[in-house]
Write a protein that binds this ligand. Structure first.
Ligand code: C5P
Length: 227
């Protein structure tokens, strides 16, 4: 057992609701929550801002190493990633940052940097960490692994709702197209592709209400963490 509790790893494709569900699970069990997607998005956003070549692994790793990373745990927009003291919110949620993050996430050096930072952030346990490779690569020894899935259509629908809720414009067929392309890129890449860990629990949330998904994961947690 780790000092602060177990590690709950939640992996799955774009738009499946890992962040929302992960945060709710963390609140229910009194754990902290870390979205590793936000880390890739934050680095991509910074690289775009500086006009860096998004294929240049060395330059991106250099940039990542020069930044002061922090993972504030506050509620709502206060939670997430901060770079050099600036908490990043809406600027990293748009599709431009999403597309760029999926691109830089293919690069071996960037992935190693992120993996080491994620291991440091979660090593003492008591954390829900969501992403694409948490159960397979970052914490293959996580005590509870969940692979959360849903059809591309259901994910596109939810993403449109989420974007509109944030006051952003969203077109369903464009979002669906984007999700299908991102699935192909995230699952097809050579370095740590998105895939279910053999020992992960598979949850298809296509027709499950969010609360039921949260209940299911909290139930699994109780089963694992009970002495
Ligand atoms: O989850 P989110 O859409 O915010 O992640 C942005 C991108 O970061 C993903 O498309 C994926 O390519 C990459 N990512 C990753 N490994 C993780 C988390 C995110 O490759 N653990």
């Amino acid at each position: 057992m780790r000092p602060d509790g177990i590690i709950i790893a939640i992996d799955g494709p774009a738009g499946v609701g890992k962040s929302t569900v992960g945060r709710l699970v963390a609140d229910r069990v009194g754990y902290s929550f870390i979205s590793t997607g936000k880390m890739y998005r934050a680095l991509a956003w910074k690289a775009l801002d500086l006009g860096l070549d998004l294929e240049d692994d060395g330059a991106l790793v250099g940039l990542a190493g020069s930044l002061k990373w922090a993972f504030p745990k506050g509620p709502g927009p206060e939670a997430g990633v901060s770079l050099d003291g600036r908490v990043l919110g809406l600027e990293i949620t748009d599709e431009r940052a999403g597309k760029a993050s999926s691109g830089i996430a293919r690069l071996a050096g960037v992935r190693l940097f992120m993996r080491d930072m994620q291991r440091q952030a979660g090593a003492s346990g008591g954390v829900v960490m969501e992403g694409r490779d948490i159960g397979t690569n970052v914490f293959p020894d996580a005590e509870l692994k969940v692979y959360l899935d849903a059809s591309p259509q259901a994910r596109a629908g939810r993403r449109v709702e989420q974007l509109r809720g944030q006051g952003l414009e969203a077109d369903y067929s464009q979002v669906l197209d984007f999700i299908i392309k991102r699935d192909a890129q995230d699952s097809g890449r050579r370095n740590n592709p998105l895939k279910k860990a053999e020992d992960a629990h598979y949850l298809d949330s296509t027709s499950m209400a969010r609360e039921l998904v949260v209940d299911a994961i909290v139930g699994l947690f109780r089963g694992v963490s009970r002495p």
